[in-house]
Design a protein around this ligand. Structure first.
Ligand code: 5AD
Ligand code: FES
Length: 348
């Protein structure tokens, strides 16, 4: 049976079989159960918290779906200083968070050296550092790796080359793949992932995402619904569907059993229990938004983003409660992918 094959020989599952599972719902319940079992077997009951700081909403790119695209003149832009970022990271790590994620738009204001300095300072706090800064030069990635960065998030957004190129008028899918491969080569734990429910993206396109993720052997996979933003060219399109997102998460868990998969903020933004549901069908990571309160509402990739008006560190206790309510455990370690669970400190 198809679900058994997914559990026992995920590498042999074909594109056509994935399309079938995404199109039809006759196996969906079994798929969700299997994903939860495989999650438990490979990565256990711990849910890892990754504290994210969105430190700049300036972006030089023109992605058709994104609220902080450079054409959007309807938002106030902000940049945190180096000192502000480090101070924030300090406050977060003092709360026991073991991973700091630094995210921004593609903002060339921050030179490679500036980012390297920030990484070095945060690494002294004995935590894993994840960067999510978009596409930069290989030598920048290299410098940051040498400075101690452990992980890099760069979603592939969609593996339909045609759709990718339409959504990213200033780039190409080919370029994206090149960057992801470079990050892997440099030894980053590498995160990819996609949106679900983009215009023109159905089961046939989503199956391409799953095949792509399996081939890349992504260490981390972020999946969430597309949510239309009024000030973008896709403002009038429909949002992604919850069940389809859950199927994508479950299938990813089965195809890359030991990967780290977050229950994304976008999941929580389209459904009140979106993140809990994700954690029940394969996800094992959650990312409290710990951007300082005054900047949080300005980092609007999509509207109705949750937690934006929560004060300060509220998301930490809220998420811990969510985890224990699900009978899971709050992660205590770095929560790196098992096969690479070595964090090096001697470099700092
Ligand atoms: N809806 C949902 N997700 C979005 N992202 C950007 N814009 C949107 C949107 N309108 C996602 C992209 C990006 C991540 C940081 O946020 O997948 O990689
Ligand atoms: Fe942010 Fe609940 S996770 S308030």
């Amino acid at each position: 049976m198809l679900i058994e094959k997914l559990v026992q020989k995920p590498d042999t599952v074909t594109y056509e079989e994935l399309v079938y599972l995404l199109e039809k719902d006759d196996y969906t319940e079994k798929l969700f159960e299997a994903a939860d079992e495989v999650r438990k077997r490979y990565v256990g009951d711990e849910v890892h918290l990754r504290g994210i700081i969105e430190f700049s909403n300036y972006c030089r790119r023109h992605c058709l779906y994104c609220g902080i695209r450079s054409e959007n003149k309807n938002i106030d832009r902000y940049r945190m200083t180096k000192e502000e970022i480090i101070e924030r990271a300090k406050r977060i790590t003092e709360r026991g968070i073991k991973t700091i994620v630094l995210q921004s738009g593609e903002d060339p204001y921050y030179t490679a050296e500036m980012i390297a300095d920030i990484v070095k300072s945060i690494k002294k706090m004995n935590v894993a550092v994840t960067l999510s800064l978009g596409e930069r030069e290989e030598k920048d990635y290299e410098l940051w790796k040498e400075s101690g960065a452990d992980r890099y998030l760069m979603r592939h957004e969609t593996a339909s080359e045609k759709l990718y190129n339409f959504l990213h008028p200033d780039s190409s899918f080919e370029m994206r793949v090149k960057h992801l491969k470079t990050l892997k080569k440099l030894g980053y734990e590498t995160g990819a992932g996609c949106m679900v429910g983009l215009p023109g993206q159905g089961p046939k396109e989503l199956a391409l995402d799953l095949i792509f993720l399996r081939e890349l052997d992504a260490d981390m996979v972020g999946i969430g619904p597309f949510i239309p933003h009024q000030d973008t060219p896709l403002g009038k399109e429909k949002a992604g569907d919850l069940k389809m997102c859950l199927k994508m998460i479950a299938l990813t868990r089965l195809l890359i059993p030991d990967s780290n998969i977050p229950a994304t903020t976008a999941m929580g933004s389209i459904h009140p229990n979106g993140r809990e549901l994700a954690l029940k069908v394969g996800a094992n990571v959650i990312m409290p938004n710990l951007t300082p309160a005054k900047y949080k509402p300005l980092y609007q990739l999509y509207p109705n983003k949750i937690c934006v008006f929560e004060s300060d560190m509220r998301c930490i206790p809220c998420m811990k409660k969510m985890i224990t309510n699900l009978n899971r455990k709050v992660g205590t370690g770095f929560g790196s992918r098992k096969r690479t669970d070595v964090i090096h400190f001697e470099k700092v």
